[in-house]
Design a protein around this ligand. Structure first.
Ligand SMILES: *Cc1c(COP(=O)(O)O)cnc(C)c1O
Length: 450
């Protein structure tokens, strides 16, 4: 399709949605329902596309059901999970396992704690190498470091923003014990290739599913494809209790070990059997989760519908390309709706300026993660620690430093990534999505004025 056709075709498609036109003409009566995108940029004194505020996350979860759930727990006096086998945490674990189609779930105090518990439960530690993404929440790396294993990073696929499986394979050596694929933005990784690599090299797989609930890939539930899957319920996440997390899995013995590890090494029978921090989820966190769980799937579906709508509108547009989906991706968690910004199609306007112009139109997209983990200070810190100097050869640590070079990750962070918030914006109506598209088109049509 011709690039120059894009704006007209999509513009017409957007404004002929009568509901949109009506809604917008009531906000901007003088503008009527035509030629909105060719108006003067709000950044340069024109009228913004959107005046309405977006849904606020996670405050929008605070409904009567949530309040009831919190009050009930407060009054019950059951504030810690060890006080009751049928409290909110145990109930949540059961329900979350059911919703994700897995046999077992263990709640934790955060996604980082969930990951850390899995690393410890799988016996990964000093001398071991674990391969993961340079583009994630630092909790992913932190979980490996906490057990004094070596986090080995692999560069990204420029279009999916996920670890490139070919780069992963290049990093595998005789000390590699596990892979932690990160389903970044909630979009499933190339799990087919990652699982094949794991099988070939006899590696464990911990899925960092902290940005995804419920998504499906090749007929399977994301988070239940590897040995263990980890989730986060931190305030920004799609299921949220401020700080919280969970592990899911189908192996009874391994999941029992996860329970023991996060229970300061004390097993379900009360014996103190191993090393473990205390990472237990508390009953108030369980209450907040139970207060929203019944509507979480609806929100998941809403995000998927809106994302599909945005992608259909952006189809053929080279200036802003939605995150690539691997074959067999049935749905995404849509923690964020992510796109690659290609300035060469925007008259070479820098991303920061594009985002500023959009924000002035009432549409807030962000560059998300500022830089990859390979350009952060923790590397020099660990390379000077006794544990690492003792457990890894000098040659290995030298090479480790030299290999911290990821051009695709840099390009994504520095120039290309733009995201729309999944919880909040992506929970809006179709009209809200038209605002997003119309604002993008307006900025695009005025690109030579920026
Ligand atoms: C949020 C997040 C984590 C960490 O979870 P917390 O609950 O914040 O500790 C880990 N990995 C990814 C990809 C995340 O988005």
């Amino acid at each position: 399709m011709e690039f120059k056709d894009f704006n007209r075709r999509n513009f017409i498609a957007a404004v002929t949605t009568t509901t949109v036109a009506t809604a917008l003409s009531s906000i901007f009566p003088v503008m009527g329902n035509t030629k909105r995108t060719s108006g003067k940029l709000a950044l340069l004194g024109g009228t913004p596309i959107r005046a309405k505020v977006w849904p606020k996350w996670p405050a929008m979860l605070a409904d009567d059901k949530m309040m009831e759930s919190i009050i009930k727990t407060t009054k019950s006096g059951i504030w810690s999970r060890i006080q009751s086998p049928t409290g909110t945490v145990a109930t949540f674990e059961k329900e979350y396992a059911r919703l994700t189609g897995t046999n077992f779930c263990v709640g934790t105090g955060s996604g980082t704690q969930a990951l850390s518990t899995c690393v410890e439960a799988l016996g990964l530690g000093p001398g071991d190498e674990v391969i993961t993404s340079p583009y994630s929440d630092f909790g992913t790396v932190s979980a490996i470091l906490t057990s004094r294993a070596l986090p080995v990073l692999a560069d990204l696929d420029r279009e999916s923003f996920q670890m490139d499986p070919d780069e992963v394979e290049k990093r595998i050596n005789k000390n590699t014990r596990a892979i932690i694929p990160v389903h970044i933005m909630g979009m499933p990784c190339n799990m087919e290739k990652i699982m094949a690599l794991a099988k070939k090299h006899n590696l464990k797989v911990i899925e960092d599913a902290c940005q995804v609930n419920f998504a499906r890939y090749q007929g399977k539930q994301v988070g239940a494809i590897g040995d263990l899957g980890c989730f986060s319920f931190q305030a920004s996440k799609q299921i949220s209790c401020g700080e919280g997390g969970a592990i899911i899995g189908n192996d009874a013995e391994l999941m029992d070990r996860c329970f023991t590890v996060q229970n300061h090494g004390t097993n379900r029978k009360g014996s103190n059997v191993t090393i473990g921090p205390k990472y237990r989820m508390n009953e108030f966190e369980g209450a907040i989760l139970m207060g929203q769980l019944s509507s979480a799937k609806e929100r998941f579906e809403r995000r998927n519908v809106n994302a599909a709508y945005l992608s259909s509108k952006l189809k053929g547009f080279k200036g802003l390309v939605p995150q690539k989906q691997y074959e067999g991706t049935e749905s995404s968690g849509y923690y964020k709706y992510a796109m690659s910004y290609h300035k060469e199609h925007f008259n070479n306007v820098e991303r920061s300026k594009f985002l500023k112009a959009l924000a002035a139109e009432g549409i807030n997209l962000s560059p998300y993660i500022a830089r990859g983990f390979h350009v952060e200070p923790w590397i020099d810190e660990i390379l000077n620690l006794k544990e690492y100097k003792t457990m890894y050869s000098a040659a290995r640590l030298k090479r480790y430093r030299e290999e911290m070079n990821f051009p695709n990750c840099d390009l994504i962070c520095n120039e290309e990534m733009v995201v729309l918030e999944g919880s909040g914006s992506l929970l809006g109506s179709t009209q809200d999505m038209d605002d997003v598209i119309n604002a993008i088109m307006k900025v695009y049509e005025n690109r030579d004025k920026l």
